[in-house]
Design a protein around this ligand. Structure first.
Ligand SMILES: C[S@@+](CC[C@H](N)C(=O)[O-])C[C@H]1O[C@@H](n2cnc3c(N)ncnc32)[C@H](O)[C@@H]1O
Length: 232
């Protein structure tokens, strides 16, 4: 049955960011004829606050599109006065549009877009040279095999206790997978099952207020390890 939030709660998720330039550029992006596929406010809030909370040296995004996530993360990096976002966008048309918005938001020093697919050797060499990454946003291809490939790649590039954030892992995820294999949702589940130390969390309704959903994967390393005291 379709979830309906109670009266007073509603569907509207408020943005955690208030910078005038960012809000203006995001408004312009929403009017862009190529805007379909943009990030939602819930995921932007996670990206923005995670960058502020952890002051990352390197952030990676797989799938820039026209750059809504990139301008949000770039603005948080600019507030930090530290760190850089590397974003992958193989479609040169989208890369050019995103670079225009990033320049208008004054973020060109914080954000670099590389014209690569994540599976290209040249791309992976460059990422290994830039890494390790503290935070990785995976929002590229939504087919199961491609998503699982990107998660494995990202996990190898991720610092201990770093976070991977994924879009489109919600209940609509299988419909976004043209190969019919369950999409990002199943890829997150299977990766966590095959990888000791990987902790996956799905943000789902009724708390997550859209059916696209979001997921987090942490490369959890507790030091010192938690030991159960004798006799407990
Ligand atoms: C849903 S859009 C990304 C939206 C963007 N993250 C945002 O916040 O607005 C997906 C993008 O991923 C790109 N893409 C698809 N497969 C990719 C891959 N293997 N590596 C890098 N980018 C990829 C597509 O060209 C497309 O522009």
């Amino acid at each position: 049955m379709f979830y309906q939030p109670e009266d007073g709660r509603g569907w509207v998720v408020l943005a955690a960011y208030h910078e005038e330039t960012l809000l203006r550029v995001l408004d312009e992006m929403m009017d862009d004829p190529e805007s379909a596929g943009f990030s939602d406010i819930g995921i932007r809030n996670i990206l923005y606050t995670e960058v502020l909370n952890t002051r990352p040296r390197r952030v990676l995004e797989i799938g820039t599109h026209i750059g809504t996530g990139a301008v949000v993360m770039g603005t948080a990096l600019q507030r930090n006065g530290y760190g850089k976002l590397i974003s992958l966008e193989p479609q040169l048309k989208y890369k050019a549009i995103a670079e225009g918005y990033i320049a208008r938001a004054g973020l060109s020093e914080m954000v670099e877009i590389l014209p690569f697919f994540s599976y290209q050797d040249e791309c992976q060499q460059r990422l290994r040279a830039e890494g390790p990454f503290d935070l990785i946003f995976i929002d590229g291809a939504h087919e199961y095999e491609a998503a699982l490939f990107d998660i494995r790649l990202a996990y190898a590039l991720l610092r201990e206790n770093g976070l991977i954030i994924l879009h489109d892992s919600g209940r609509d995820s299988p419909q976004m997978d043209q190969s019919g294999q369950g999409g990002v949702r199943r890829a997150v589940h299977d990766f966590a099952a095959e990888t000791p130390g990987a902790v996956a969390i799905f943000r789902e309704h009724p708390l997550w207020l859209n059916p696209c959903g979001a997921a987090l994967i942490c490369k959890q390393l507790l030091e010192p390890a938690i030991e159960t005291p004798a006799g407990a």
